[in-house]
Design a protein around this ligand. Structure first.
Ligand SMILES: NC(=O)C[C@H](N)C(=O)O
Length: 336
């Protein structure tokens, strides 16, 4: 049987870092050489793979929407020649990149698995070898046609993930959707969780930087704080509200949201709780937001909503079309 071929795009992150005087930083050539020399990656059960190391290896804290575009274009350029894709990426903004790629890659029928590590590949007790080995193996043996994130034995839908641990191996969670697969002694799907199924062809959408505000509500927050964010040239605001989508019911605050809507600024309501979804019909304090033109983000993560807003604002759509798309599931990113 011919072996599957997987394309590895190495963008940077701790997985390939070495210690420097200023702390960990990526080093050109180092990870690629270590992976190729590691016999585990050459086992007969493993797929063939090719590694492309990006010229500007980065700590993912430095990633921008232009970098999301570079990765998406790279996948497009190699799409026909490979059976699946593994993106090696820093963990800090991995959930943002996985979310952005999910929107940019429409009609995906091959797996794109984003992974990385908390300890560099070359160090003692690194989770890098384990994560990369599993990501490669799953991309070849369990080919789901969607953008996933693999970390610590779980394959998640990428746009459902969030980084929840700064220094533990269990760094990612998918609070509102169980993992697609869990890799224990056996590799098992989660009951009731269906992978996405597109029929292709692949279409890569452009994404450009967009001015988007994010504000976390807190008791007694002054309306001018929010008013000032809305005064900037923002095109959208993510409101991280209380509970099922509640905010202080103050006339001047509600007026700010109404004015934003009239100026065609998208205001999306997400809950600041880790789990559960926005329901603005639940309480008068949430209902007032919806009457002021705030739309629901349901159970999207902040990362998914931020990436989706970038995506929608980068497409030639009307304000109304963007509002509607925000409240619909485009790539399995929300349940409404
Ligand atoms: N574990 C990591 O990869 C963290 C690193 N700062 C990054 O995001 O690139």
């Amino acid at each position: 049987m011919t072996k599957k071929r997987i394309y590895i795009a190495y963008t940077g992150g701790t997985i390939g870092m070495q210690k420097t005087d200023q702390g960990y930083a990526p080093t050109a050539g180092f990870l690629t050489q270590r992976v190729k020399a590691n016999p585990e990656f050459q086992r007969p059960e493993m797929p063939e793979f090719a590694i492309t190391e990006y010229s500007d290896l980065m700590d993912s804290a430095n990633m921008t929407p232009q970098d999301w575009q570079t990765i998406a274009d790279d996948i497009r350029d190699h799409y026909d020649d490979f059976d699946g894709f593994v993106i090696l990426h820093g963990t800090d903004t991995m959930a943002f990149t996985a979310s952005a790629l999910s929107f940019m890659l429409e009609g995906l029928t091959k797996p794109v698995v984003v992974t990385g590590s908390q300890i560099p590949f070359a160090e003692l007790r690194s989770d890098g070898q384990h994560n990369l080995l599993n990501a490669l193996y799953l991309a070849a043996s369990h080919p789901v046609g969607e953008v996933c994130l693999f970390f610590n034995n779980k394959l998640f839908r990428g746009n459902r993930t969030t980084k929840v641990h700064a220094d533990g191996f269990d760094a990612f969670a998918s609070p509102n959707l169980p993992p697609l697969l869990e890799a224990g002694i056996h590799i098992k799907p989660s009951p009731g969780v269906q992978a996405l199924s597109a029929s292709g062809p692949l279409k890569v959408h452009p994404i450009t930087p967009q001015p988007i505000g994010v504000v976390t509500l807190y008791p007694g927050i002054d309306s001018t704080v929010i008013g000032n964010i809305l005064k900037q040239p923002v095109k959208a605001l993510i409101l991280l509200s209380f509970g099922v989508g509640n905010a202080p019911q103050r006339p001047e605050l509600l007026q700010l949201f109404q004015d934003a809507r009239n100026r065609e600024v998208i205001v999306v309501n997400l809950t600041q709780c880790l789990q559960g979804k926005v329901n603005m019909a639940g309480y008068a304090t949430g209902n007032a937001l919806s009457r002021a033109g705030v739309i629901s983000g349901f159970d999207m993560t902040t990362e998914a909503a931020l990436a989706k807003l970038h995506f929608l604002l980068s497409q030639p759509l009307s304000f109304q079309q963007r509002l509607e798309a925000m409240e619909q599931s485009l790539r399995g990113e929300l349940s409404n």
